[in-house]
Design a binder for this molecule. Structure first.
Ligand SMILES: [Ca+2]
Ligand SMILES: [Ca+2]
Ligand SMILES: [Ca+2]
Length: 754
């Protein structure tokens, strides 16, 4: 039965019928590799018979003569005996030069199935194909398994392994070939890989199909090299790679070796790696360099794939540097990772960096993916470092403003979207949450959590995304509703897009992530001083209790980091602090000098019936000040929680402090650095390193000291006294509590989980 799925083959077959030619079936009936008139039709003889349209000999059992192209000859198998039959060529088999269908599924009988006992996969998840013909390259020298130098061919139902060069090579200017339903580089059961070579090299081919959307079309492939190389520097392309299992066993449950899943090189254009249709996605369970590596390749689409997981997309199998790599070479433009259509998003995990765009890549579009989660977007499958790293590249788009364009970027170890040296990188409409560090960060480091990049007045600074300033939302607890006001200071007389996101809680950095996109204002225009007051109206009602964050995007596409969270409302998880006088409920800034007995115990729950943990009590003379807004209800004391909240409030005050004049950026920088050092100390405490925590608190205390000295300086006296005193007393109280904490801290008890 000819294999009719490939359009080119249908055309050839139809043409053959109209000419009245009868397609020849050439039946291989032995595993030998010779060519002799001995009554055995070997695979070597069969390929020659199909190529030359000449019988291999006169004796019964020899290969029949093929028909001239475009008639499609069929090579079938009927080798006596049960089980897997290994054909071990002693040298490379003849190059296939005329259209042919090689069908391993014709072999019979076998032990486990009724006839036809060799059969294609029937499973949507996993692969139960029964393959009984193995081409084993052990004795073939530096050979290719099957070299195809014809168009419209189909190779299916074979195991091809252990060839030194490629298992299958699709030669120059071939087209419309289909390689489907094979195990390449694996053993016949698809449970291990004995191979070290490229699985399929598609060299300058056009419109070749590797796999397909049906279960029967799936190839299972593994080896220590690239699985599929699409190399089209002579203008080929438009190849389709779908439904395959790459670097994963046939069951789809365990990693097998792979250097890359699919490696597209040489200016190859318009290839589809997966797709949005059911069954189109490939599973790339494991890879050393990348599940997909687009190198000097343009206009390719990578969609619907499970990259780094098992075949269910719920378990991480890979553990490598990059899951998707885009870049290198002179041209790597306009590639699309994911897409807005249903089913177009990829699951991307199992790496230190989910997607790495680098090497001068331009116009890369990353949309609709799950980067660090399963397909539902809720189960944590985080990459160990960044979700996305945008290195030397330009004009990338992460997410978008249309339906389905946003990515979920969550549970990654450090930064959600790291922008290293890239310019004009849009990050819009995504759901970014529960990453270890910032949601968006101007950083080149994916191995560490980087601190927020501070705004500069007028935003004249340069760097990745021009170090775009972030917006500042109205301070205080968001009361719930459908809009919020804010301020942006950036390039004068320029129109920005401000996006607002709702979150359950503030990121530990204070500059949040963005869980749920709630609204945008694309007409935020700065005045000649670079200032713009804005209102963002939401597309939905946001409940009280959410904290909000915002980004700004410049006309060239450069998106900022997330700005500071609005203040966090009081939570039911209380922080207990014994304090004699420091707790006040006034909303107005008040200063109370007291001898506060502070303790380092935290996070006692009201329902606990066990005795509280032993506390270390220290007595410190501090000047405690309640903060306006969000910290009004926070207990004041020497705890990370309290200090964090009060630092946030102070940062908010300084950020919006037009009365601070020329000192504003300096003061902001000092207090933000204090916060950054505090974060580091808190993180170290969380890691139970008390000694390092205490040491890390020192620069935090020093920065607050610098802040106080700046306020007290000659220039500081230009600040209205009420403002200066308010800031000074708040900072002094924070410093006192930091010092108390430094003396008495207990780790990790004093640092609740981030
Ligand atoms: Ca023979
Ligand atoms: Ca022929
Ligand atoms: Ca800036």
């Amino acid at each position: 039965m000819p294999f009719l799925r490939a359009a080119g083959l249908v055309a050839a077959f139809t043409l053959a019928l109209t000419r009245g030619a009868v397609a020849t079936t050439i039946t291989v009936n032995g595993t030998a590799d010779n060519a002799a008139d001995d009554g055995i039709c070997t695979l070597r003889e069969a390929i020659i018979a199909a190529n030359t349209n000449t019988a291999s000999g006169a004796m019964p059992g020899e290969c029949a003569a093929g028909q001239a192209s475009p008639t499609v000859d069929t090579i079938e198998f009927d080798i006596s005996g049960s089980g897997v039959h290994a054909i071990k060529p002693a040298s490379e088999l003849p190059t296939i030069t005329e259209v042919v269908l090689i069908d391993g599924y014709t072999q019979r009988p076998c032990a486990t199935n009724t006839e036809p006992c060799s059969r294609a996969n029937t499973l949507a998840v996993g692969d139960d194909a029964e393959l009984l013909i193995e081409l084993d390259g052990t004795s073939a020298g530096s050979s290719v398994g099957l070299r195809v130098q014809a168009s419209g061919c189909t190779v299916r139902g074979l195991v091809i392994d252990r060839f030194a060069s490629d298992e299958i090579f699709l030669g120059n200017f071939t087209s419309n070939n289909t390689i489907a339903g094979n195990f390449l580089g694996t053993d016949p059961t698809g449970t291990s890989s004995p191979s070290t070579s490229v699985g399929i090299e598609d060299d300058f081919g056009t419109a070749n199909t590797i796999g397909g959307t049906t279960p029967a079309a799936r190839n299972v492939m593994a080896s220590t090299s690239d699985q599929i190389v699409v190399n089209d520097n002579s203008g080929g392309g438009n190849d389709v790679v779908q439904g395959n299992y790459l670097g994963v066993n046939a069951a789809g449950t365990a990693a097998l070796p792979a250097e890359t899943g699919v490696h597209v090189v040489g200016g190859s254009v318009g290839n589809a790696i997966g797709g949005s249709a059911p069954g189109a996605g490939n599973v790339m369970g494991n890879f050393l360099v990348g599940g997909v590596y687009l190198e000097s390749a343009n206009d390719n689409v990578v969609a619907g794939n499970l990259i780094g997981t098992d075949a269910t997309g719920t378990m991480v199998l890979a553990s490598t540097l990059e899951a998707v790599r885009v870049g290198n070479g002179p041209a790597c433009a306009d590639n699309v990772i994911g897409g807005s259509a249903a089913g177009a998003g990829n699951v991307i995990t199992g790496a230190a960096i989910g997607v790495d765009v680098h090497g001068g890549a331009s116009g890369t579009v990353i949309q609709g993916n799950r980067i660090g989660t399963d397909l539902s977007g809720t189960v944590a499958l985080g990459n160990s470092g960044c979700g996305i790293l945008l290195e030397s590249s330009s004009g990338s788009t992460v997410g978008g403003t249309g339906p389905g364009e946003g990515n979920v970027i969550a549970f990654n170890g450090t930064t959600g979207v790291a922008i290293s040296t890239a310019t004009g990188s849009r990050v819009l409409g995504n759901s970014i949450f529960s990453n270890g560090g910032l949601g968006i960060s101007f950083t080149s480091r994916c191995d560490v959590i980087s601190p927020p990049t501070m705004n500069d007045p007028g935003d004249a600074d340069t760097g990745q995304n021009n170090l775009q300033n972030f917006p500042q939302l109205a301070a205080g607890i968001f009361p719930g509703g459908t809009s919020i006001d804010g301020m942006l200071n950036s390039t004068p007389s320029t129109t920005f897009r401000v996006e607002v996101f709702a979150n359950d809680a503030c990121d530990s950095s204070g500059n949040g992530e963005g869980h749920t996109f709630v609204g945008a204002n694309s007409a935020v225009t700065t005045n000649a001083s670079g200032d713009a007051a804005f209102t963002v109206n939401f597309s939905l009602t946001v409940a009280a209790g959410k904290v909000l964050t915002a980004t700004a995007t410049a006309p060239d596409g450069s998106t900022s980091e997330f700005g500071p969270c609005t203040a966090t409302p009081p939570t039911t998880t209380t922080t207990t602090t014994t304090s004699t006088t420091a707790t006040t409920t006034s909303m107005a800034p008040t200063t109370t000098t007291s001898t506060a007995s502070t303790t380092s115990t935290t996070a006692a729950t009201t329902t606990s019936s066990t005795a509280p943990p032993p506390t270390t009590t220290t007595t410190a003379t501090t000047t405690s000040t309640t903060q306006p807004g969000g910290c009004a209800t926070e207990p004041v004391g020497a705890t990370f929680v309290s200090i964090d909240c009060r630092l946030d409030a102070l940062i908010a005050q300084v950020s919006g402090g037009s009365a601070l004049g020329v000192l504003q950026p300096k003061l902001l920088d000092q207090i933000q650095k204090a916060k950054t050092h505090k974060e580091k100390a808190e993180m170290l405490c969380r890691q139970a390193s008390k000694r390092r925590t205490r040491r890390a608190l020192r620069p935090a205390i020093n920065k607050v000291g610098q802040f106080l000295r700046t306020l007290a300086s000659r220039k500081g006296h230009a600040i209205p006294p009420a403002v200066r005193d308010g800031l000074g007393s708040a900072a002094d109280a924070i410093r006192g509590d930091m010092q108390a904490l430094q003396r008495a801290v207990q780790c990790p008890r004093d640092a609740p989980p981030a």
